[in-house]
Design a protein around this ligand. Sequence first.
Ligand code: HEC
Ligand code: HEC
Length: 306
Amino acid sequence: MKHLITILLSCILLASCTKNDPPGWKFPDMSQVPKTPEGDKIRFGKELISHTNVHIGPYAENPARRFAGNNLECGNCHIDAGTRPNTLGFVGVYLLFPAYSGRVDTIISIRQRINDCMVRSMNGRPLPLESYEMECIVSYYKWISTEVSKQVPEKYDGLRKLKLLDRAADPNLGRMIYNRKCNTCHAENGAGAYLTGNIEKGFDIPAVWGIDSYNNGAGMFRLITAAEFIKAKMPYYNADLTDEEAWDVAAYVISKPRPHLTGVENDFPDLNEKPVDCPFPPYADSLSAERHKYGPFTGLSGKFPK
Ligand code: HEC
Ligand code: HEC
């Protein structure tokens, strides 16, 4: 009986997933990548997203290639190398750039956008714009975006929107949820776990805060982004949080210490472009950084994620 229910449930879930996928969505099939020099770049681009730490992490074999400052992999947030919808997917992203970036109030290239994640999510330094690694990541993006119609690329990436809370998200409530649903994997101290317990081998389970995590300038340090990601994918294998739990546990995660990026107060020079949940001043309104960090967001200045 139990099995039957599980099977039934998975069918319903599968059906609804398919229904919610963007029209024309097509998983990129890596076996179709041509066996050519360009194909090699595409495959290595995917490898860089999936095993970032091996090639450009703080313990990469070649010291000159140590660009990331933490042991995260791009794919820890851009799930399955960005091939899934609603978990920061990359399918179609190639078509979105060049694009306006409110953070610097100017048009940026896809390479500059990659480097934003290198400096913030990866707490590292930028990849040289003409480096082989950069070429390969862009080749991969280009290839997985080929099937996407130009009219709808924005539907392929990003996160599914959560209804906003009408109260502040609560790190104290979040701590209880974390200790019930997350610490078996990410550890009570947020540090995750290393393969064979050895930092040089990289993460088995990535850190969610602390010195080997993303820094305070990262998108994942903003409440709305973190809550939407967590709601979509965590707990891994069993993403069953209510919206409210996702908000509170995200608040707990971003309340914890992590690497500090200097100069974040200079981001978003046009304050009207600043995301509403940016956790550092100045703002176009006179409300507190605390309110912008945890909400409630109604009545605040700033942009909501698209
Ligand atoms: C800690 C999580 C995390 C990690 C690790 C990470 N990113 Fe991101 N990335 C994000 C988030 C969150 C966004 C959306 C940012 C926002 O909303 O401001 C994003 C956005 C992007 C975008 C723009 C996507 C779009 O649709 O506009 C690119 C390109 C990107 N990341 C590349 C990378 C690459 C390459 C790496 C590894 C070198 C990486 N990211 C590592 C969290 C992460
Ligand atoms: C079964 C183990 C497991 C559980 C339980 C789990 N996670 Fe994760 N989490 C992962 C793995 C593995 C990844 C990396 C995903 C990947 O690489 O595909 C991850 C990635 C993340 C990330 C993005 C990467 C980073 O390091 O910041 C966040 C944020 C996160 N988890 C938060 C949570 C929260 C909050 C909970 C509890 C609600 C939770 N996770 C429960 C295994 C788990």
